[in-house]
Design a binder for this molecule. Structure first.
Ligand code: PMP
Length: 410
């Protein structure tokens, strides 16, 4: 069987694969705790349910315009004005099947073979794979000082004649870090002066803690939407807890949106009008859910930081946003018994039935990504189990209900 070499070189998304593994274990009745998943537990906002239900009830569910429903675009225009202080027109927007497809389309629209895209580590797992799938080269910048925020000099150093774009995700999945304003300012200026696209993946932009703000790149350019190199990607998955609705969008200059629309017209035709109606409901309905989610996540972050103190040798930068943290578990996965974050995550799943995501997948070997998007009960119990599994002085078995967990190595 002969298959595409590029396709065969692409790895499955590890987070999606872990979700599936956890689901199968749960189906078998195993008391799995999922600290890997990137989705809040909150219910869909009622406005989203009502507007999508109304669309369904109409019985008129047909193809929608490829670039998105005008009424959803109107809501996105308002969102952009309120949150980014930018006045845009409908031709500056395309709605896609989640931020994931939006990012893929943007990369596909921008890259020629061998073009380079700067990806800042730690990074969302899909960026390098998407760039590779399209025939481009991801150029990873890893902070040399051991933090999760690269310096401007580290970024500038890798810029070359083939650099086409840089992806900036702040607040950041997986670290939870918010990039400092000065760094965003310098990246914007670099991109504007060198003609490099700055793809801002803003999917977590309102989930920021302790009074911090994720300042949008637009703040640092005086170019209008048609001339700036800034391309913004957003969606309803994280802020509204609407991961299953698969709605994301791109804000960019009209020419790029036209190309994105051509791409989408040849691949998916359009986004389901039912899901678009839901997104419109979320964006135009009461917004207190977003603030409630932010406060819940901040509280969960505090609980996580408190719990992590009980792990000997684990260090963690305090997340400033999102619902992830990326603690340093090198003390536990470079000890000769467990030799990588992948092995450690596997150990924790097998022995403690706790899902975490290996840091290796985000370009940070030795770390584990822990999601605190779930319930406090799951978070504290999951961390307790992890503590038990990793503590050589703890009893070798414990009971979760009538399920006995046995830690037979380490
Ligand atoms: N960007 C980042 C940084 C993400 O974490 C995710 C989802 N995990 C996405 C994009 C994709 O979002 P969506 O579900 O809207 O496709």
């Amino acid at each position: 069987m002969s298959l595409s070499q590029v396709a065969c070189s692409i790895q499955a998304s590890p987070t999606v694969a872990l979700n599936e593994e956890a689901r199968l274990l749960r189906e078998k009745g195993e008391p799995v705790i999922h600290l890997g998943i990137g989705e809040p537990k909150n219910k869909t906002p009622i406005a989203a349910i009502l507007s999508s239900a109304a669309k369904l009830n109409s019985g008129d569910v047909k193809y929608a315009p490829t670039d998105g429903n005008p009424s959803l675009k109107k809501a996105i225009i308002r969102y952009t004005e309120e949150n980014y202080d930018r006045v845009i027109s409908p031709q500056n927007i395309i709605v896609s099947d989640g931020a994931k497809q939006a990012i893929w389309n943007v990369l596909f629209a921008l890259l020629n073979p061998q073009d380079e895209v700067i990806v800042l580590a730690p990074y969302w797992v899909s960026y390098p794979e998407m760039v590779r799938m399209i025939g481009g080269l991801p150029v990873i910048v890893t902070p040399e000082d051991g933090t999760f925020v690269p310096t401007f000099e580290e970024i500038e150093r890798v810029v070359g004649p083939y650099t086409k774009a840089i992806i900036v995700n702040s607040p950041n999945n997986p670290s939870g870090m918010v990039y400092p304003e000065e760094l965003i300012d310098k990246i914007v200026n670099l991109c504007e002066s060198k003609g490099i696209y700055m793809i801002c993946d803003d999917i977590y932009h309102k989930l920021v803690f302790d009074g911090k703000v994720a300042v949008p790149g637009y703040r640092f350019t005086n170019k209008d939407i048609e001339n700036t190199k800034i391309v913004t990607v957003n969606g309803v998955a994280k802020l509204y807890g609407m991961t299953g609705f698969r709605i994301g969008w791109v804000v960019a200059n009209k020419k790029l949106v036209e190309i994105l629309t051509n791409i989408q017209s040849q691949t998916t035709t359009c986004v389901s009008p039912v899901m678009q109606a839901a997104a419109e409901g979320a964006l135009t309905g009461i917004q207190s859910n977003v603030e409630a989610l932010r406060l819940t996540m901040q509280n969960n972050r505090d609980i996580l930081m408190q719990e992590l103190r009980a792990f000997t040798g684990v260090r963690c930068f305090k997340p400033e946003g999102t619902f992830y943290a990326l603690p340093d578990f090198r003390a536990y996965c470079q000890n000769g018994l467990v030799n990588s974050s992948t092995e450690l995550a596997k150990f924790l799943l097998q022995k403690a039935l706790v899902v975490t995501v290996p840091g290796k997948e985000f370009g940070m070997e030795g770390h584990l990504r822990i999601s605190y998007a779930g319930s406090v009960k799951d978070l504290t119990e999951g961390l307790d189990r992890m503590k038990w599994a990793l503590d050589p002085n703890a009893p070798s078995d414990i009971y979760i209900g009538d399920r006995k967990l046995v830690r037979d190595w380490i």
